[in-house]
Design a protein around this ligand. Structure first.
Ligand code: MIG
Length: 723
């Protein structure tokens, strides 16, 4: 059962696609994913409008503050209640004990004292079904475009409060038996997740920035020479002419279309970045068209809003306006026409280095300061002024959107901007390339954006703790619909080290987006820069060997509104220990992973909720196999070893690898197997490009019985052997 409660007059976020019982999700305009409805009936939706009575809201009590503007929903927490979800955020899988804010923020410092990162993911599950819990199990989604604060037992350890800033919103309460079913119910409410092309499951190399075509050629050559598989190279902002979107610097990349083709000949996709801000420059067509048609965000007085980002002074395309969105999306064509098949959207919180008028005020104030009569408080005030110029809430509040005739202050819709920038691109792709999947992922996002693209986790650091953060975010993002995601492997900021990169890749080989990316002025971290080439090669090869399984599990999750990464407690709900595990994950239906994330650790403690078979890979030809009983173990894992735990009566199909995705041959498979009675695996595969995909007709059923006999039936007839 879903309860929908409407508070005030909410702005339509476009996040929920299903509004009524028995109705299948409304097709998202311009987008037919060909998804099948899961066999079970969609839940009933009970709709009501809040008229001011506490009794209208189950589970929560409500209080209003700031003259009735802010809604504060409160519910008690029992000692062992857990909170899952909230998507992209710092801290653990269980969100209990901290306070989170949905307020998309450009913050490159993901330390645990932070409350917001780039996304606004307002879905969580309150789970009190274990001993010591409250006995409730409930999914909660706050459909709102403005700031929302989730105090998960931080202010008062026995209380959960959700504070929604001024403006209407819709509250959805989802009741289902299992954690897993609550997630599926929510995902059906918000529509199917984005499907990337198959090549986007290959390894990608990125850097801020590869400065020329020759530098990119060198990156590709060195991967190929060292036998390091690779499918894509990312172009960061310096490929553009003075950071102008949809331009290519002719000195650095002469004859770009030819270069794109040359790279395709090497089986490499180039993936350029697109920033939110459009440079103010006469003669630049994107600027001129946007200005002429009124497609940029305005100030209250109707003048265009001026911000400062990489291109210098910019206007922001008003992607919340249908016409402006169509227009901005249309510009991606200029790069598609040059052979590009993938993009990453950046700076779309939107990031604001400064707002012009405030910058003027601040400069004046700083100019008046003088050493002679500045006391220490005056100094701190000076410092605060100088350091507080970027991303000020007061500056965001100066932005206005024309939401199809309605003039809306940015404060009311801040969390939608990145979502709608990605939507602009995706809707354009549907018009321009109706049959072909393209790669698209974004930095900022909100639920709803998961239908249009993936996300990366933004500017992490080359820190060991960020491997764990990467792991912990994965299931939370999956709950919120973001399946195509991953972190900057090796770490974005700060200098990486060889062991850090190896360990991070050992997690990264399981994430759909697998990209090594690093910042300007940090140590170079392409895999070929380091000594132990055999180890890098073996780990990357294992990713390509895992592709049949990962692609299959990804597509099944996307088409069934399921998760690819699950916390252990979702699979073993009765197991008290499983619910406390914060550093292991279930990946798809057959695997558990437990990566090492501490420097100089030669192994780690692992909890097994049931007996499992451990494959310890040093490479595809060098594997230890061992059956471990349920319980706690210390498991060795040297720097060059990847641990894959296979569940009883499960299979994992592996390919023999390949230098790039298109070279991976699914007609010959090796099976990781742990068969006690019988294991059946449904392997999904397709051409890797078609948009309208169905599971039906693309499944090969592989069975292994207890004697080791293999049977294959269905779409393909791969030659299989046991590993
Ligand atoms: O202000 O384009 O998160 O991946 O390399 C920094 C330069 C802007 C932030 C992105 C990062 C990218 C960088 N960008």
């Amino acid at each position: 059962m879903i309860k929908k409660i409407v508070f005030g007059q909410p702005i339509d976020t476009g996040t929920v696609v299903k509004s009524q019982k028995t109705e299948s999700p409304a097709p998202v305009p311009g987008r037919e994913t060909g998804r099948q409805m899961p066999a079970d009936e969609p839940a009933e939706m009970q709709e009501q409008v809040y008229t001011g009575k506490d009794s209208e809201i189950p589970y929560f009590s409500i209080r209003w503050q700031k003259d009735g503007a802010e809604a504060v929903l409160t519910c008690g927490l029992a000692q062992d209640d857990m909170i899952y979800g909230l998507g992209e955020n710092v801290r653990g899988i269980n969100k209990r004990g901290w306070i989170y804010e949905s307020n998309c923020t450009d913050d490159a410092d993901h330390t645990e004292n932070k409350r917001s990162l780039y996304g606004a993911h307002n879905f969580f599950i309150l789970d009190g079904m274990r001993a010591g819990g409250s006995g409730r199990r409930l999914g909660v989604f706050v459909d709102a475009a403005q700031k929302v604060i989730f105090d998960c037992g931080y202010t008062d350890s026995e209380e959960l409060t959700v504070t929604v800033s001024a403006g209407g919103f819709v509250l959805y309460l989802l009741e289902k038996e299992s954690l897993h079913d609550i997630v599926r119910e929510f995902r059906r409410l918000i529509g199917s997740s984005y499907l990337p092309p198959k090549w986007a499951f290959g390894y990608g190399q990125s850097r801020w920035s590869y400065m020329s075509a020759d530098e990119v050629r060198e990156v590709v050559r060195r991967h190929r020479e060292n036998g390091l598989p690779l499918d894509s190279v990312y172009l960061d902002i310096d490929y553009m002419e003075r950071y102008k979107d949809f331009t290519v610097d002719k000195n650095r990349f002469p004859d770009f279309p030819e270069f794109v083709e040359e790279m395709k000949g090497e089986h490499i996709h180039l993936v350029p970045i697109i920033d939110a801000g459009v440079k103010i420059e006469e003669g630049y067509p994107v600027y001129e068209e946007g200005l002429e048609n009124g497609y940029f965000c305005k100030r209250e007085d109707g003048r265009e809003f001026v911000g400062g980002v990489w291109p210098g002074r910019v206007h922001f395309p008003d992607v919340l306006n249908t016409k402006a969105r169509e227009w901005f999306g249309g510009w991606y064509k200029s790069l598609l026409d040059q052979g590009i098949e993938g993009f990453w959207n950046d700076m779309n919180e939107p990031a604001l280095f400064y707002e012009e008028e405030h910058l003027k005020e601040a400069l004046e104030k700083l100019g008046e300061a003088n050493v002679e009569n500045m006391d220490i408080w005056g100094f701190f005030d000076f410092k605060k002024t100088a350091l507080g110029i970027a991303s000020r809430p007061e500056d965001y509040a100066k932005i206005y959107h024309n939401m199809d005739g309605r003039n809306v202050c940015h404060e009311q819709v801040h969390n939608l901007y990145g979502y709608y920038m990605t939507r602009a691109a995706s809707e354009a792709f549907d018009r321009l390339e109706p049959d072909k999947r393209l790669l698209l992922f974004s930095r900022s996002s909100c639920e709803g954006a998961h239908r249009y693209g993936g996300i990366w986790m933004g500017d992490n650091q080359s820190w060991w703790s960020h491997i764990l953060l990467n792991l912990q975010m994965l299931p939370s993002l999956n709950m919120c619909g973001f399946l195509y995601c991953g972190a900057d492997l090796g770490g974005f900021g700060s200098d990486t080290s060889e062991d850090l990169l190896l360990r991070w890749l050992e997690l990264g080989i399981f994430t759909p987006l697998m990209r090594n990316h690093s910042a300007l002025d940090t140590r170079r971290q392409e895999a070929y820069r380091f000594g132990h080439q055999d180890d890098f090669r073996n780990i990357l090869k294992l990713r390509y060997a895992l592709l049949p399984y990962l692609y299959s599990e990804f597509m099944k999750a996307a088409l069934n509104d399921d998760m690819l990464f699950q916390p252990l407690s979702f699979v073993y709900p009765e197991d008290v220990f499983a619910s406390q595990v914060e550093d292991q994950l279930m990946v798809g239906e057959s695997i558990m992973i437990a990566p090492v994330y501490c420097q100089n650790a030669g192994g780690r403690y692992v909890y097994l909720p049931e007996e499992m078979k451990l494959y310890r890979f040093r490479g595809l030809d060098s594997v230890d196999i061992e059956i471990l009983p349920a319980g706690h173990h210390y498991v060795d894992a040297a720097l060059n070893e990847v641990l894959v735990f296979v569940r009883p009566d499960h299979l994992v199909p592996l390919s023999y690898g390949g230098e790039y995705v298109a070279a991976v041959d699914n007609s010959r498979l090796q099976l990781l197997h742990f068969v006690k009675t019988k294991a059946v695996y449904e392997l999904y595969d397709d051409d890797g490009y078609a948009k309208n995909v169905k599971l039906e007709g693309n499944i090969t059923k592989i069975s292994v019985d207890s004697s080791g006999e293999i049977t294959v039936e269905g779409a393909a007839k791969p030659e299989c052997r046991l590993m």
